[in-house]
Write a protein that binds this ligand. Structure first.
Ligand code: NDP
Ligand code: 2IT
Length: 444
């Protein structure tokens, strides 16, 4: 058995019942084979892949809080500090009922390579809770966030571990979390990113993941002789990433025609109206049926199906494994020629392979959605300097970072004779940086 296969078996055995973590590790290790092959003996002796697939630290904690009826509720809290070879742990917090240790480990593992690709000094981590913010009052969300931080605060800090948002954690939650951290610690430090603009947040962080996704997609198209202008784009999700992906798609001359949430999806032949989407989702926190009610030309479809729409480019921006083999077949049959992942691991391994086998340009999430965490790192820089940069300054740095990431993937793939395989390119480029830093720092 080769070293890669041995390590994968070990991961499966030592982490039972964590299918998302296995999937993420499987994808990375498989594409690293040619790199490992060049130095297999050394990597094996150093147990480098065993160390890379084992988190430095896993924190599990109880989160008790009181709901509006006076009933005590208990949720499970998680923080996985995966790898600090190149900087303090950095990565979001997810509040969603589907959160469990395997999900947080898959996200933390992906984050290590993603953060390396940004070129900024940030290690990888992820956290969250199986708390469902949907339908909760602001007071309940605050009570939960305060209880969550009352345990988490002892494990994080501006130079140790800097959480941010993810699914179910946006500006409101970051505000409550930050307030409680400051109250307990008594220090005003950049311990979270995605903060509000009045208390240390960065301009363009809200937009960054969606905007960055489009900057990278445009660069990928350009390098293949195409451009976004005039193309039809299908987007899934209706949250932070999807909303600003849709906005930037319009700005680059494309027409985004879909969005979705966990109950249904919208096809708007005129193109998604960003103001209506924001009003429904960001302000009123309502369902997408409300969007359709306000846009007579738009169709609302309950359930899944967003990938059946005819489009040139598909941008999955909701959640893991939302785009399977049948969806990939439908997209390709309808003429879609490029896919870039706004979400983390939204495409199953089978669907990814189908895209690649059919010559579809495919950019994985750890590169395509890295604009969010990259801008978080810019927020950390601004907090350290005690300065705030202009929107334009942050946005132009973001653009530069995304263009640079695309070329890192492209170059790494070419170097190993796999031109156009951006999945391999991302994993190889991310791995090389983290591996070098780990080797330089000895056995820790
Ligand atoms: P939000 O909570 O703002 O939005 C999530 C969207 O996805 C909502 O429309 C939600 O629908 C939908 N969704 C979530 N879970 C499911 C599910 N199980 N089935 C169907 N739809 C679902 O999160 P973000 O936009 O921040 O995150 C979206 C994705 O992007 C995630 O994979 C996240 O990890 C990734 N990401 C986020 C970054 C960020 O900066 N925020 C950075 C990089 C990646 P509903 O409201 O009905 O639940
Ligand atoms: O998946 C991700 O990269 C994020 N949710 C953003 C993490 C961050 O620290 O900004």
């Amino acid at each position: 058995m080769d070293y890669v296969e041995e390590v994968f078996d070990r991961v499966r055995l030592q982490n039972p019942a964590q299918p998302e973590f296995h999937q993420a590790v499987r994808e990375v290790l498989t594409t690293l084979r040619p790199v490992i092959a060049r130095d297999e003996e050394r990597y094996r002796r150093e147990a480098l892949l065993e160390r890379m697939t084992t988190p430095e630290r896993v924190i599990l904690f109880r989160v008790p809080w009181v709901d509006d009826r006076g009933q005590v509720q208990v949720n499970n809290g998680f923080r996985v500090q995966f790898n600090s070879a190149i900087g303090p742990y950095k990565g979001g917090l997810r509040f969603h009922p589907s959160v469990n240790l395997g999900v947080i480990k898959f996200l933390g593992f992906e984050q290590v390579f993603k953060n390396a690709l940004t070129g900024l000094p940030i290690g990888g981590g992820k956290g969250g809770a199986d708390f469902d913010p949907k339908g909760k009052s602001d007071r309940e969300v605050m009570a939960f966030c305060q209880s969550f931080m009352t345990e988490l605060y002892r494990h994080i800090g501006a130079d140790t571990d800097v959480p941010a948002g993810d699914i179910g954690v946006g500006g409101r939650e970051i505000g409550y979390l930050y307030g409680q951290y400051k109250r307990i610690r008594g220090t005003y430090e950049g311990v979270l990113t995605g903060k509000g603009l009045t208390y240390g947040g960065s301009l363009a962080r809200t937009e960054a993941t969606g905007y960055g996704l489009l900057y990278l997609t445009e660069e990928m198209l350009k390098s293949n002789g195409k451009t976004l202008a005039g193309l039809t784009v299908a987007v899934s999700g209706a949250g932070n990433v999807a909303t600003y992906a849709i906005q930037k798609a319009w700005q680059l001359g494309a027409k985004p025609v879909t969005c979705s949430d966990s109950t249904g999806w919208i096809y708007d032949p005129e193109g998604i109206d960003v103001a209506t989407l924001k009003q429904v989702k960001e302000v009123r926190r309502a369902r997408l049926t409300e969007y359709a009610a306000q846009r007579p030309g738009a169709e609302y479809h309950p359930g899944k199906g967003v990938w059946t729409v005819k489009c040139d480019v598909a941008l999955p921006c909701a959640t893991q494994n939302e785009l399977g083999l049948e969806d990939a077949k439908a997209l390709v049959a309808n003429g879609c020629f490029a896919v870039a992942e706004g979400a983390n691991m939204p495409t199953t391994l089978e669907a990814t392979k189908y895209f690649q086998d059919h010559g579809i340009l495919f950019c994985p999430g750890k590169a395509a959605n890295a604009g969010g965490v990259a801008t978080s790192a810019l927020e950390m820089s601004q907090n350290s300097q005690r300065l705030s940069w202009t929107f334009q300054e942050v946005d132009s740095r973001l653009q530069g970072i995304m263009v640079n990431i695309f070329h890192m993937l492209d170059d790494a793939a070419k170097e190993y004779g796999m031109a156009g395989d951006y999945v391999a390119g991302a994993n190889i480029a991310g791995f090389r940086k983290v591996a070098q830093a780990m080797e330089a720092q000895g056995i820790v």
